[in-house]
Design a protein around this ligand. Structure first.
Ligand SMILES: [Zn+2]
Length: 290
């Protein structure tokens, strides 16, 4: 099993979150990619996005422990609980209130279940076939504003102004039923808009949970999702992050790979056959190290 996250900037707290636990009867993993947005924009929250993803992630890991609780319900309950934790001094109706993508994966008996909300990616090697699940509904919102930003060199005031216009629009469209996209934030009903599914534990060889900072590896053409799984399962899994950072450094202005941020937070969780072994009471960890 491998878990890691790396901040996009030295001077800002990481807004990604990743956690996993494996024991003899179950396995659970969560990855979140919080949307903080440019510091110029208000959020109405006194805590901040790093606090939000830590709260949400810990609630999710706890709520998932009961196999009879569906992942969507576990997420809805967690969203409710974190909304409560903000307290009365935070304005949750502010369009900039912290939000996050969500990936949850869980082995329950003979099934590997997943939930995806937002543009993080769940990757499963199912009998050698690489299956990816990501929720691109967010990309359909403000595509014209994204294009306007992408045409400008990253790091310039013009690019930053275009980025602010893009993010302001994205914020307004959060969890809007018409023309918007569902995301983890102040609305528990968003949980029921998640993409969910399951595989048989007998067929799942390995899985990964990746933030969009990590899927830049594929987006930038540095390798395939199978290559990403191979690197994460190797003796030097950190090479995946290194390769992305090297590519970002080689294109600081975003001329080759237009993007909102020069460097993004990166997070990844990789579970080899951990999610596969189903025998209750069996010893999972030793047998499954690959
Ligand atoms: Zn708050």
């Amino acid at each position: 099993m491998y878990l890691d996250t790396r901040p996009g900037r030295e001077d800002k707290l990481n807004e990604d979150y990743v956690a996993a636990t494996v024991n003899s009867t179950s396995a659970r993993a969560v990855l979140l990619d919080g949307a903080g947005g440019p510091s110029e924009l208000p959020t109405g929250c006194n805590h901040g996005t790093p606090w939000y993803v830590n709260q949400l992630g810990d609630h999710l890991m706890f709520n998932m422990r009961n196999p009879s609780t569906p992942l969507t319900t576990a997420l809805a309950l967690a969203l409710d609980a974190v909304a409560e934790s903000h307290g009365v001094w935070c304005d949750l109706n502010n369009p900039g209130t912290p939000s996050s993508t969500v990936i949850m994966a869980r082995r329950v008996r003979d099934r590997v279940e997943y939930l995806v909300l937002g543009d993080s990616t769940f990757v499963a090697d199912v009998n050698g076939e690489i299956i990816t699940v990501t929720d691109k509904r967010i990309d359909e919102v403000g595509a014209d504003l994204w294009q306007a930003m992408a045409a400008l060199p990253t790091g310039t005031p013009e690019h930053q102004a275009a980025r602010i216009a893009f993010v302001e629009n994205q914020r307004r469209m959060r969890n809007k039923r018409v023309g918007g996209y569902p995301i983890a934030s102040n609305d528990p009903d968003a949980a029921y808009e998640s993409l969910t599914g399951a595989f048989s534990t007998r067929e799942v060889r390995r899985v990964a949970l990746l933030s969009d900072g990590a899927t830049r590896f594929v987006e930038f053409g540095l390798g395939s999702f199978a290559d990403a799984l191979d690197i994460l399962g190797s003796a030097a899994p950190g090479r995946l992050f290194d390769r992305v950072r090297e590519a970002e450094a080689s294109d600081p202005a975003g001329a080759r790979w237009p993007r909102a941020k020069r460097q993004d937070d990166i997070a990844a969780a990789y579970l080899p056959g951990h999610l596969k072994v189903a025998a209750a009471g069996g010893i999972v960890g030793a047998a499954m190290t690959s």
